[in-house]
Design a protein around this ligand. Structure first.
Ligand code: GH3
Ligand code: MG
Ligand code: MG
Ligand code: MG
Length: 294
């Protein structure tokens, strides 16, 4: 497409090359990836960015039902909408298709305009769902996880990892002064830049959220306690030494305090782990700020 809008990618799965050719001709405005068997389809869905799947039912090695079931069992592919496109017209097949997670059912021979219209509807719905999911889970000012999503992911991380899980709480020092001296908009910029600076230092797999005002939480896994200490020192010193531009000619520097707790010491619950990190943060504030306490 020449208008700069990202084209949707549709995976078309059918054992018949002729059928695929026909669908390709109808979907000529989209990026279409063909697959002639279930195994290839699952591989592609797991490794490429796919927005929608058109799935045949009758295929020699793996039926469309089995493919759909496997797609729904995989975290990476479970949210891709699946439209069945099949010669099967019996009610049992239709019922089964929806039961295992299909969003629509089109029978062959189909009317091209109808297939195209259904594809458009489901791509639009998918887009809306993704936007809603983003809005529901992100902090609107900084784009990092909001409080609710942070605690949800923290809980999952706690259930998944043992010894090497760590919780960190961070709070900007004397942030109120930024608002008082430079205005609330400048304060907002500082909050945004703060998350950028910290994100840039965290391992990619960390869960990073804004818990409220100028307070942030991190849950991460690390190979050792020492590595986490090193990371905290890096965050504290980098933050204190970074100019934050709040206007054409104005810049400020802030400091941050943080507290950390390791799961191997506080294994009863995620709440206890976070409470311990919070207590350490409180200690950092009480003993001078611009530091980490573990
Ligand atoms: P301390 O070192 O003890 O943490 O002091 P502090 O000034 O950082 O902490 P305090 O809790 O006294 O003040 C936090 C301020 O953060 C007060 C509040 O107005 C401001 N704040 C909270 N949310 C936002 C926001 O979204 N934008 C802006 N600009 N300010 C915010
Ligand atoms: Mg077939
Ligand atoms: Mg503060
Ligand atoms: Mg605070």
């Amino acid at each position: 497409m020449s208008n700069g809008v990202k084209q949707s990618t549709i995976l078309v799965v059918d054992d018949s090359e002729t059928n695929i050719e026909m669908v390709l001709a109808i979907l000529d405005n989209y990026d279409v990836i063909p697959a002639t068997c279930g195994k290839d389809a699952l591989d592609i869905a797991a490794n490429e960015h796919i927005d929608l799947i058109l799935l045949d039912i009758l295929m020699p090695e793996m039926s469309g039902f089995e493919v759909c079931k496997k797609l729904k069992e995989n975290e990476k592919t479970k949210f891709i909408p699946v439209i069945f496109l099949t010669a099967q017209k019996d009610e049992d097949s239709i019922e089964a298709a929806y039961l295992i997670g299909g969003v629509d059912y089109v029978t062959k021979p189909f009317k091209p305009v109808e297939l195209l219209a259904r594809v458009k509807v489901h791509l639009k719905l998918q887009n809306l769902i993704q936007r809603l999911q983003f809005l529901a889970t992100r902090d609107s000012l900084t784009g990092i996880y909001n409080r609710r999503k942070f605690f949800e992911l923290a809980e999952q991380m706690f259930a998944t990892y043992d010894e090497n899980l760590y919780a960190i709480m961070l709070d900007i020092d004397f942030f109120k002064r930024v608002n008082d001296n430079y205005g609330h908009d400048a304060g907002d910029i500082v909050l945004q830049k703060t998350t950028e600076i910290i994100s840039g230092l965290l391992p990619l797999t960390s869960v990073f959220g804004r818990l409220g005002g100028e307070e942030f939480g991190v849950i991460l896994t690390a190979p050792s306690y020492e590595k986490v200490i090193h990371l905290l020192d890096k965050i504290v010193s980098t933050y204190a030494n970074t100019d934050i531009k709040i206007g054409p000619k104005q810049k400020v520097r802030c400091t941050i305090s943080c507290g950390m707790s390791p799961k191997y010491k506080y294994t009863s619950s995620i709440d206890e782990l976070l409470k311990e990190a919070d207590a350490a943060l409180y200690e950092a504030k009480k003993t001078g700020r611009n530091k980490r306490i573990v």
